[in-house]
Design a protein around this ligand. Structure first.
Ligand code: 5GP
Ligand code: MN
Length: 330
């Protein structure tokens, strides 16, 4: 789908449900909110419905907008009757978790805007650019190319948050001069970088920072000294009163150690566990995640295991990570 076709589709229909992946990050939320503003400009009937709550530190992004947490009793009928379900920052319906079934049953038009690899072919209306650093950047390009609306300070703030976080503060591979030009425009519009950075990153609970300390003092490294991993149990989360979403970002500490090429976080949850994998260079950890039904990008991927025991998989996944390094670093 071209940007022009995307614009035509958006203007053609009247009612929209915007959604994103479980545990939304700032790219997911910023993209949803930017699309919300665009559609509101045309007086469309728009709702944002997400499977998960917004993490505490990103609540500011949705101020003044009703971002609803999915509830099957009230929302299944909305999803069924809406003209369009618009997906941002995900490319498989299963990433909406409990919303998957009602979405698949709905006869609505599905539109997907994303930057992840290996999209599920669930709609012909997809705008996917895996070269983009963030879905936020795609939406900026869409606005500029089609003139569908002006970029105002509201849009600039949420897209700044989207791009800053998904580029690891402008350092990951897909950060380009174009990315920086977009950011320059946002600053000219009045975005204040230190304020957004402070809200997003310097807003942790005491428990989260204590947890980080505990996790860092128990880091594990394999014999070849190229894979580093951390384990967080549900006991630790409970004891320190930390939510799953607050652990976002911990996995990157694994890669801060010299010589480490793959970093892994094992996070135990109520109904299973989650694995976050990060790599340096050409090691495609999305392929590793895919072996277990997960996905993501070359250097950042994840997997969710339901009703399985984390301890049964740790050694196996670390071993596989080592094999990926051996295979791709030859
Ligand atoms: P994170 O480890 O930060 O949760 O996720 C890293 C990347 O992997 C994200 O880009 C995300 O889209 C992808 N990812 C995480 N978990 C899953 C999953 O369960 N399934 C798929 N397909 N992708 C995932
Ligand atoms: Mn993203």
């Amino acid at each position: 789908m071209t940007f022009q076709e995307l614009k035509d589709l958006l203007l053609k229909y009247n009612s929209f449900v915007i959604t994103t992946h479980v545990n939304p990050d700032a790219d997911a939320l910023g993209s949803e909110i930017a699309m919300y503003h665009i559609l509101q400009n045309y007086n469309k009937n728009v709702r944002i419905i997400n499977y998960s709550n917004i993490p505490e530190n990103l609540l500011f992004m949705g101020e003044g907008i009703n971002i609803e947490k999915y509830n099957s009793d009230t929302h299944d009928i909305v999803i069924k009757e809406v003209d369009v379900v618009l997906f941002v920052d995900l490319n498989t319906v299963s990433r909406t978790k409990g919303m998957e079934v009602p979405i698949r049953e709905s006869k609505s038009i599905k539109i997907c805007i994303d930057h992840h690899e290996y999209p599920e072919n669930f709609t012909e209306n997809m705008y996917i650019n895996t070269k983009s650093c963030s879905t936020g950047e795609i939406i900026y390009n869409f606005i500029k190319e089609t003139n569908i609306c002006l970029v105002d300070l509201n849009i600039a703030n949420v897209l700044y948050a989207a791009i800053m976080t998904d580029t690891g503060s402008f350092r990951y591979d897909r950060t380009t001069s174009h990315t920086h030009r977009i950011i320059a425009e946002f600053l000219d519009l009045g975005v204040v970088p230190y304020k957004l950075h402070d809200l997003i990153y310097d807003n942790s609970s005491y428990g989260k920072t204590k947890l980080l300390g505990e996790v860092l003092s128990n880091l594990q490294i394999n014999d070849s000294k190229n894979v580093c991993y951390m384990v967080i149990t549900s006991e630790m989360l409970k004891r320190l009163n930390v939510e799953e979403s607050e652990v976002d970002g911990f996995v990157n500490y694994n890669l801060s150690i010299k010589g480490i090429l793959v970093g892994i976080l094992f996070l135990e949850l109520e109904d299973g566990f989650k694995v976050s994998i990060r790599s340096k260079g050409i090691i495609p950890v999305n392929l590793l995640a895919k072996e277990y039904g997960g996905g993501g990008h070359i250097n950042a991927s994840g997997i969710r295991f339901v009703n399985q025991k984390m301890n049964d998989f740790i050694a196996e996944i670390v071993y596989k990570a080592e094999n990926y390094i051996n295979k791709y670093m030859e």
